[in-house]
Design a protein around this ligand. Sequence first.
Ligand SMILES: CC(=O)N[C@H]1[C@@H](OP(=O)(O)OP(=O)(O)OC[C@H]2O[C@@H](n3ccc(=O)[nH]c3=O)[C@H](O)[C@@H]2O)O[C@H](CO)[C@@H](O)[C@@H]1O[C@H](C)C(=O)N[C@@H](C)C(=O)N[C@@H](CCC(=O)O)C(=O)O
Ligand code: ATP
Length: 469
Amino acid sequence: MREPSDDSRGSIAARNERGADRDAESDRGASSDPFVVAERSLDLTTGEAAFTYRLGDDEFTERLVLDTEHVAGVDLARLDAALDLVHLVMGTSYYKLRAPGRVTVTRPLTAAQLAVAEAAYTHGLGEFAAVNRLPVPHAVQFDVELRPADPPPADAAAGGALLPVGGGKDSALALVVVTPATALAINPTGAQRDVTAAAGVPLIGVRRRLDPLLAERTRAGGLNGHVPVTAINSAISTLVAVLGGFGPVVFANERSADEETLEVDGARVNHQYSKSYEFERLFAAAAAELDVGYFSLTRQLSELATVAAVAALPGLREEILSCNRSYTQEHLGGRATQRWCLHCDKCLFTFLCFAVFLTPEEAVAMFGGNPLEDTSLADGFRVLWATEKPFDCVGERAESAAAMAHLARSTAWGGFPVVRALGEEAASFAAVTGATVAGFLEPHGPHAVPPAYLESLQRVLAEARPPVR
Ligand SMILES: CC(=O)N[C@H]1[C@@H](OP(=O)(O)OP(=O)(O)OC[C@H]2O[C@@H](n3ccc(=O)[nH]c3=O)[C@H](O)[C@@H]2O)O[C@H](CO)[C@@H](O)[C@@H]1O[C@H](C)C(=O)N[C@@H](C)C(=O)N[C@@H](CCC(=O)O)C(=O)O
Ligand SMILES: Nc1ncnc2c1ncn2[C@@H]1O[C@H](COP(=O)(O)OP(=O)(O)OP(=O)(O)O)[C@@H](O)[C@H]1O
C-alpha cells in the first residue's frame, strides 16, 4: 500500500466564517459535532482509493476504483493535493445528513482549495438548504490550517485533453470538437459508452461507491437533498488527469448554468451552482496548482446553440441520453434500462430544444415519443419559464419561452396540441424579455476557453442546423 505523505508544510491557522445567517448556523453547529474530513488513501497498484469522514459517532468511507492502466510518472505532491480536492468536495454527501455548519479538515489546504470547499458547501448545497428550510446562504465555518501551494512540476502533462462525459448533449458536442482526446465517465453507464463509441473516442471509467451507511442514515431521518455533483466530478477528473498525465480537463457546462433556480430572501439558489462560471474559476485556480488546465468548452453557449450543433450530427444525436432519471444509482452498472422518460423537466426541456431544429419525425426517432402531443404535459412545459425554475438541468426561462414561441410559429410543429395551448403565452413571455431563438444562437458571456479550442468549437458550430420553419 502506498499512501501519499501526510503533509504539514508551513501553516497559517485559518478560521473561516461566512454568510448572513451565521448566528443561526452557529447555534445549530454548537449543538452538534463538526463534520470531519478525516483520512484518505490510494493504492496505486490496485487503483483503489478510500475517503473517510466522521459525523458524530458515525464514520463513512466513500471508495473510488481508478483505472491503473492510465498511471504515468506520478508526482506525489500533486497527487496529494488532487486527493485532498476529491476528499473535500465528496464530503458534501455525508455532511448533509446533519449539516452542522462546521467542517474540520485534518490536512492543511491551500487558499485555492479552501475557496473551492467553501463554495461547494455553501452555494453547492444551496438547493439542499432551501428545500430543508435551513438559512440561505448556507454558512459553513471551516477549521483548517492553510499551507502555501507547491511549486509547479517541471514536466508538463503530455497525455492530451481529458473529456468527462455525462452521456448528454453537452459532452457529446465536446467529443466532436476536442480531438484527439480521452473521455472519462464516472460510474459509466451504457449511454456514456454508446455516445463515446459513436464519437470514436477512447473511454476511461472510474467507479464511485457511496458508503452504504449514507442510505441507511438517510432512511433513518437524516437530511437529504442535492449535492454539487459537478464539483465532485471535477475533482475526480483532476485526480485522473494527475495520475494519467492528462490535461486540460474539458467540461461542457453551458451558459444557463449561471441562472439561479430561485431566490430565497434575496439570496440566489442555483441547482447547477457547481456548473457555474463562478465555480469554474475557483476550481480552475485549485487545478492550476496541480498544473492541470480546467475549463468549460461550452460556457458561452446557450442550450439551444448546443442542440443546434448536436442536431446536425446524426449518428451521434441518437446516442445521447440527457434524462437524469436514467442516471440514478440503480442504473449504475447496467442494473436498469436507460431511456428518455419524456415526463421529467429535463426530458421536456431537451425535447423542446431539439424540436426547434428537427422535424417531428426526426425528433420521435431520437426520443421514442412526442410529449408535445400530450396536453397532460402542458404544465410540465410551462414551468420551464416560471419564476421558480424546476430543480433540474434546464436552460434559461427566456430560452424555453423563445423555443416554444418559435414552434408555435412553425408549420412543422405549430399544430401539436401542447404548442397550440402554450404558444401565445410563451410568445408573450419571450416578447417581454426580447428573447428569440436567433438571439440564443449567438455565443456570448465570459469564458476561459483557450483560443485553439475556441476555433475548433466555432468550426463545428458553423455546421449547426438552422431552426425548422
Ligand atoms: C440521478 C439524479 O438526478 N439524482 C438526484 C436525485 O437522487 P435520487 O434519490 O433520485 O437518486 P440517486 O442519484 O440514485 O441518489 C440516491 C441517494 O444518494 C444520494 N447521493 C447520490 C449521489 C451523490 O453523489 N451523493 C449523494 O448523497 C442522494 O441524495 C440520494 O439520497 O435527487 C438527489 C436529491 O436532490 C440529487 O442529489 C441526485 O443528484 C445526483 C447527485 C446526480 O448525480 N445528479 C446529476 C444528474 C445532476 O443533478 N446533475 C446536475 C449538475 C448540477 C450540479 O453540478 O450540481 C444537472 O444535470 O443539472
Ligand atoms: N458521470 C459523469 N462522468 C464524467 N463527467 C460527467 C458525468 N456527468 C456529467 N459529467 C460532466 O459534467 C458536465 C455537466 O453535466 P450535464 O449532465 O449537464 O451534461 P451532459 O450529460 O453532457 O448533457 P445534458 O445536459 O444533456 O445531460 C458534462 O458535460 C460532463 O462534462
